[in-house]
Design a binder for this molecule. Structure first.
Ligand code: ADP
Ligand code: MG
Length: 251
């Protein structure tokens, strides 16, 4: 059932924040599977549960009920230590804000997660990650010496350095202008399409932008915490039309 081709599998995933009268159910009985080597965009109105879905699927947050499999491992019963290790080794995360340390070079920023985990950074892996996002010539620059798009690509390299099974990105182009946003999407597309060896990068990206979503293989729509249809080989026009329909008739 838990095929080796699956990077992430969500079974009956439900997430409720808070308790009693103030409780908010952000995800309701979500059943989804994400195959290795694919690029999925998650779209939906504000508050539909996109970020919650990403956080639960990445093991950053625990579901209220249901199961999350990451790279074949059921994370449900894992203690904090094993979950932390799985998160470090199998998952990469990129946010809208780049979250780079301004005093460190690109290379040092990419090496930081290993340092924080108390390990000596693998310099070859750092160089490989930077070169996969086209920044091999900028390794010694600090964030202030890089464009916004380059800074976000450093964040992608940092997320890739452990060769994670899945790269999660929550509005990664949200702080970028159109041109650099497209460059970043092109980089994400290439990571999925041209693995250098046997590393299958799988991307799950939340976005508001139909053009960004059109870079994905599949667009998954969420409404009110539930999947509300999907598109494969999406065009920006088809994605925009679905989003308009969801906004007019939320379920
Ligand atoms: P989206 O990313 O699609 O905008 P979210 O996943 O952030 O949606 O939020 C889904 C719902 O859960 C919203 O109603 C939001 O207010 C609520 N929510 C999200 N995070 C929390 C939290 N930490 N505590 C309470 N409610 C939350
Ligand atoms: Mg969100």
């Amino acid at each position: 059932m838990n095929g080796i081709d699956e990077a992430v599998r969500l079974e009956s995933l439900t997430k409720t924040y808070g308790t009693g009268a103030g409780a908010v159910t952000a995800l309701r009985d979500v059943q989804l599977s994400f195959h290795k080597g694919t690029f999925t965009a998650v779209m939906g109105p504000s508050g539909s549960g996109k970020s919650t879905l990403l956080h639960c699927a990445a093991g950053l947050d625990r579901p209220s009920s249901g199961r999350v499999f990451i790279d074949g491992t059921d994370t449900t019963g894992l203690g904090e230590t094993r979950l932390t290790r799985l998160r470090r080794e199998s998952v990469g995360f990129v946010f809208q804000s780049f979250n780079l340390l301004p005093s460190l070079t690109a290379s040092q920023n990419v090496a930081l997660p290993a340092r924080l985990a108390g390990r000596a950074p693998d310099q070859r892996a750092v160089e490989r990650a930077l070169s996969r996002v086209g920044l091999e010539h900028n390794a010694d620059r600090r964030p202030g010496e890089l464009s916004g798009g380059q800074q976000q690509r450093v964040a992608v390299a940092r997320a890739l350095v452990t060769r994670p099974a899945v790269l999660f990105a929550d509005e990664p182009t949200g702080a970028l202008d159109l041109a650099t946003g497209r460059e970043l999407l092109h980089t994400l597309r290439e990571l999925v399409d041209s693995p250098p060896d046997d590393t299958h990068v799988t991307v799950l990206m939340v976005t508001h932008d139909p053009l960004a979503a059109s870079y994905a293989d599949r667009v998954l729509f969420l409404a009110d915490g539930r999947p509300a249809g999907e598109l494969t080989t999406p065009t920006p026009e088809a994605v925009a039309a679905r989003m308009t329909a969801l906004a007019v008739a939320p379920c």
